[in-house]
Design a protein around this ligand. Structure first.
Ligand SMILES: CC(C)(COP(=O)(O)OP(=O)(O)OC[C@H]1O[C@@H](n2cnc3c(N)ncnc32)[C@H](O)[C@@H]1OP(=O)(O)O)[C@@H](O)C(=O)NCCC(=O)NCCS
Length: 207
């Protein structure tokens, strides 16, 4: 008798998976992470970082809010509707030690029945500048195409956010245009955004 897990009823479901980047790994955030003070504190530190508060505000200002954020993320993994990965230092095999938290990558459906999704990312300041956001975005994108039948993945960033633009381009998401006054960011102002997208049929970017 087979003991393998049956495939999900809807192929457009995000299935929790750990993705190894070599020097770091992405692993699904879960409700159990509330037991890790390093992860909960890391989430609160991220919410307090000025760049994250501006471009990717997180409702995790205090312990209770951070726990709530994790619970919502856990529920969404259960439903297969939103994939939130914690980016942690070291290879995936590096278990048993308190994790060193670096940031997060999310993949969400914007139109599940049409295979349309959106990717997002943020890193703590100490983790920036070593290509991690690009590599983590690449890994999560290819996982979404391979396992969740994503057809087109979009990425949007404020036009002033040059680092995010570089991440998109390097991860194989060409810019498609400018969305005018399309999103209200953490400063309370509407900013123009660049829309980037990658299709499942696009080639994997080289280097
Ligand atoms: C955007 C962010 C995730 C980039 O993380 P990172 O790990 O430093 O990115 P990478 O190391 O992969 O660098 C990507 C590119 O951006 C460039 N870059 C980094 N910071 C930059 C800056 N302030 N201005 C211009 N370019 C910058 C890097 O040189 C690199 O370019 P290259 O590939 O041509 O060498 C990080 O700065 C961050 O978390 N910012 C706050 C939250 C945020 O903006 N999230 C995205 C919302 S859309």
């Amino acid at each position: 008798m087979s003991t393998s897990t049956p495939p999900p009823a809807d192929p457009r479901t995000f299935t929790p998976t750990t993705l190894d980047l070599g020097d770091a790994h992405l692993r699904p955030w879960s409700r159990k992470d509330v037991e890790s003070s390093a992860l909960v504190q890391g989430l609160m530190d991220a919410a307090a970082d000025p760049q994250i508060a501006l471009w990717n505000p997180l409702p995790a200002a205090d312990h209770a809010a951070a726990v709530k954020w994790l619970e919502v993320r856990g529920d969404a993994w259960d439903a297969g509707t939103l994939a939130t990965f914690a980016l942690l230092e070291g290879p995936a095999t590096d278990s048993g030690r308190e994790p060193v938290f670096l940031g997060a990558v999310t993949v969400r459906w914007t139109d599940r029945s049409d295979g349309l999704g959106m990717v997002g990312y943020w890193l703590l300041p100490a983790a920036r500048g070593r290509g991690l956001a690009t590599r983590a975005t690449l890994a999560a994108t290819e996982w979404a195409f391979r396992t969740a039948d994503v057809r087109r993945l979009e990425l949007a960033h404020a036009v002033e956010n040059e680092a995010s633009c570089r991440v998109g381009l390097r991860a194989g998401f060409p810019a498609e245009g400018t969305l005018r006054a399309s999103y209200r960011f953490g400063d309370g102002q509407y900013h123009d955004e660049h829309l980037h997208a990658r299709l499942a049929t696009d080639p994997t970017p080289q280097g």
